[in-house]
Every structure is written in structure tokens, then in C-alpha cells.
Design a protein around this ligand. Structure first.
Ligand code: HEC
Ligand code: HEC
Length: 372
């Protein structure tokens, strides 16, 4: 037996990037506030994968698809004989050949469904133009995206299990070779990159790293929001003058028409204050609120609030009393609401940047630091 150099450094480095980008993106998926980072790592992962697919055609031996083993007979034999060491696979064994192709396909589906979801549901990125026409409950797309991502995890786990089996049961060196590049082989083999492959490798790693930087640190078309800041004072000066004298501006899309009607019909008893207005001003503000109410908005929050108030006979006029709001904010410590910086649940702008400009976005959530 001799040691042969099988995996050039670019293959190993890209492998490492795939692991890192996927793990980070997957873990970030659970945090609404970090959605734009989740998207950035997910897309950067897609870039690395894309180049890896091309590498399958232009890369050196063992990295090429033509060197993969897709024989079902060999696959079955390989899976049924987990302990046998009879056949030596220098490049990819049948199981890893299939796993890699499955990862490309599922990775692609995860990316596309994620981008669509980001555009249609969140009004962000290259598919944001679909937001207004297709904005509905996007549970289907969300489920699909999660399914693909979890399928990816499942393949990764099988792939890892296979590698561990190789190392600890078969005494193989697949894992070590992904770090050092070397494998034990019968005959001496040296994989060398030609000039084209070297240039390709530099572009691969360069573009992958740059794309991550670009996606995180620039306001680019892949993550940019398509919601626009509203200047409520310019849209309706009375609304801001009369309704933002005691508290912040509440964007009208956060309550349904009915709630605004009830609120405006009883301003004398407005949360314990008298906020009454002249009839004319009142009507003008009410019309403004109704035009821009939850029913006429495509904001995710408007949709959630409407849905949570549907089929209920009681009339809720505080956004912070809607079941939707309570559900989202239930994990926040009571101490934070009572703190000096926040003071009230109704002080949305304390945690939501640009709230008074009508924006409510995940990346704009900034929790104030509160002393415990
Ligand atoms: C005299 C002071 C005053 C004026 C003027 C006033 N409000 Fe209020 N408003 C309050 C108080 C006090 C609360 C309760 C805030 C809290 O719970 O911390 C409140 C709460 C609200 C809430 C519910 C916030 C939540 O908890 O989700 C909305 C919506 C609201 N006001 C809209 C309006 C509108 C629209 C106008 C203009 C027509 C208006 N307010 C004018 C004092 C005022
Ligand atoms: C003490 C800080 C705090 C206050 C005050 C607060 N929020 Fe939030 N809000 C959060 C946090 C944190 C999240 C993210 C929760 C999560 O994803 O688990 C959130 C999420 C949301 C979301 C869903 C995510 C999104 O961006 O669409 C909406 C809608 C929302 N808040 C609206 C409001 C409104 C309206 C008010 C005022 C009536 C308000 N919040 C007051 C902290 C706050």
C-alpha cells in the first residue's frame, strides 16, 4: 500500500465551506430576527454547490461525475455488506456518489423554495415582484422549504454515518482524506490540477467567499426589501398630529377596518384617556385608517392579525391584545416591557426600528438592553 494524493485542496476547502454554510444557515432558520443572515448563508451555500456541480464536469479525476459509481448493483452490494472491505473505491463509493447527487438536487430545491418564500411572503429579494399578486397564506411553500431543508439534513446524516462506519468499522481513510487529501491506495496516484482547473478553483473559492460578504454586507437584490418607508405626516398630517401626540404612530395596517371604526367612535374613552376630535377630523382620519387597514395590506403582520381575529365576535382595538400579537411576543420577559426603555407593550418602536415609518421587518427587531 502507498499514499496517494486524491483530493486537491480546493475540493477539501469547498467541502468545508459546504459544511459551515449549511450548518449556520440551518441553525439561523429558527430565528425570525436573523432571517436575512439565514438567507445569505443559504444562498452562499447554493453558490458553492453550483460550482461543485460544474467541477463534476471540468474537475480532475475522482471529482468528476464520470468517475462516480452510480451502479445500483454496486450500491446494493455496498449497503448490504457494511463490513466488507473487498472492493477498493479510490474516489467516491456508490453510496457517497448517490448522496452527493441527492444533495445537489435537494440543495437546489431548498434554495428555490426559500427564495420564492422570501419574495412572496416577506417581499424581499428577486421574487418580491410576486408578493402583491400571490400574497396569501404561504404555509404550503413554507412547509415545502422546511421539508427540503430537513431532507438535506437527512442525507447529510446518512453521509456522516457512512463516513463514520468507514473510519471505525472498515478502518477506511475517507474522513482523513477529506482533511489531508491523501488516501491509501495499491498503486501510486497523483491528482494534479491543470492550469484551467487551477483558475477555476480560484474563481470557485473567490466567488463563494465574496458572495457571502456581498449578501451580508450590501443592500443587494437578493435580500433587499421591497417595502417602502411611509411618511405618515406627509400622507395625512392630522393623523400624525392627533394620533401621535400621546404615543407612537401605529401603522394603520395593523388593525382591521372594524377595529378602527370602533376606536374612532369612542375616542372619549380611549384607553383611559380622552382623545376626542372634531367630527370632520375624526371622519377624515377614520377614512385614512380604513383605506390602509389590514384588509388592504399585504404585510405579513396584517395577514396574521386578520386571521387571528377572524370568527371572533369580541372587538379588539389594541394591536397588542390580538391573539396574533400575543402569540409572537409570548416569550418576552415581563421585566422588559416594564423596563425604563420600553415602558409598555404598546411601545412597539422600542424594539421595532422604523416602526413609525410603517416597517415591520425581522431584521429591524432590536431588543433594548435591559438591566436584570
Ligand atoms: C390623549 C392621549 C392619546 C391620544 C390623543 C391618542 N391616544 Fe391612542 N392611546 C393612548 C393610550 C394611553 C393608550 C394605551 C397605551 C398603552 O397600553 O400603553 C393608547 C393606545 C392606542 C392603541 C393601541 C396600542 C396597542 O396596545 O396595541 C392604538 C391603536 C391607538 N392608541 C390609536 C390611536 C389613534 C388612531 C389615535 C388618534 C385618533 C390615538 N390613539 C390618539 C392615548 C392616546
Ligand atoms: C420588548 C420588545 C418588543 C415590543 C415592545 C414589541 N415587539 Fe414585536 N417583536 C419583538 C420580538 C423580539 C419579535 C420576534 C419574536 C420571535 O420571532 O420570536 C417581535 C415580532 C413581531 C412581529 C412579527 C415579526 C415581523 O417582523 O413581522 C410583529 C408583527 C410585531 N412584533 C409587532 C409588534 C407591534 C405591533 C408591537 C406594538 C404593539 C410590538 N411588536 C411590540 C419585540 C417587541
Amino acid at each position: 500500500m502507498t499514499r496517494s494524493y486524491i483530493w486537491p485542496i480546493v475540493t477539501r476547502f469547498a467541502h468545508l465551506l459546504l459544511i459551515l454554510f449549511f450548518a449556520i444557515s440551518y441553525l439561523l432558520g429558527d430565528f425570525e430576527e436573523l432571517l436575512s443572515l439565514h438567507v445569505a448563508f443559504g444562498l452562499a451555500l447554493a453558490v458553492v454547490l453550483f460550482f461543485r456541480v460544474l467541477w463534476g464536469f471540468v474537475g480532475p479525476k475522482y471529482s468528476r461525475f464520470s468517475d462516480f459509481n452510480f451502479s445500483l448493483k454496486d450500491l446494493i452490494h455496498y449497503l448490504l455488506n457494511p463490513f466488507s472491505k473487498t472492493k477498493e473505491y479510490i474516489g467516491h463509493n456508490p453510496a457517497s456518489s448517490w448522496a452527493i447527487v441527492a444533495m445537489f438536487v435537494v440543495g437546489f430545491l431548498t434554495t428555490i423554495s426559500g427564495l420564492l418564500l422570501y419574495g412572496i411572503q416577506e417581499n424581499h429579494g428577486i421574487f418580491a415582484f410576486l408578493h402583491n399578486s400571490f400574497y396569501r397564506d404561504m404555509e404550503f411553500l413554507e412547509d415545502a422549504h422546511e421539508l427540503f431543508a430537513n431532507l438535506f439534513v437527512a442525507i447529510v446524516l446518512v453521509h456522516i454515518a457512512g463516513s463514520l462506519l468507514d473510519k471505525f468499522v472498515k478502518n477506511g481513510d475517507a474522513i482523513d482524506s477529506m482533511i489531508s487529501g491523501y488516501k491509501k491506495t495499491k498503486n501510486k496516484i497523483v491528482v494534479e490540477l491543470n492550469l484551467f482547473q487551477k483558475i477555476f478553483a480560484i474563481i470557485w473559492i473567490g466567488v463563494s467567499l465574496f458572495s457571502l460578504y456581498y449578501l451580508i454586507f450590501t443592500n443587494n437584490i437578493f435580500v433587499a426589501t421591497h417595502y417602502e418607508k411611509q411618511d405618515y405626516a406627509a400622507l395625512h398630517s392630522d393623523f400624525v398630529e392627533e394620533c401621535a401626540s400621546c404615543h407612537i404612530i401605529y401603522p394603520p395596517y395593523l388593525l382591521p377596518k372594524k377595529s378602527w371604526e370602533i376606536m374612532m367612535s369612542d375616542l372619549e374613552n380611549h384607553f383611559g384617556d380622552d382623545a376626542s376630535l372634531e367630527d370632520e377630523t375624526n371622519l377624515s382620519i377614520l377614512n385614512f385608517l380604513k383605506q390602509r387597514s389590514a384588509e388592504n395590506s399585504t404585510h405579513q403582520a396584517a395577514f396574521g392579525i386578520l386571521k387571528s381575529l377572524k370568527d371572533r365576535n369580541d372587538t379588539i382595538i389594541a394591536i397588542s391584545q390580538t391573539p396574533y400579537w400575543k402569540e409572537i411576543h409570548k416569550d418576552i420577559d415581563e421585566k422588559i416591557y416594564k423596563s425604563e426603555q420600553v415602558k409598555s407593550r404598546a411601545n412597539c418602536a422600542a424594539c421595532h426600528v422604523d416602526f413609525e415609518k410603517g416597517l415591520l421587518e425581522n431584521h429591524l427587531i432590536k431588543m433594548p438592553k435591559v438591566e436584570k
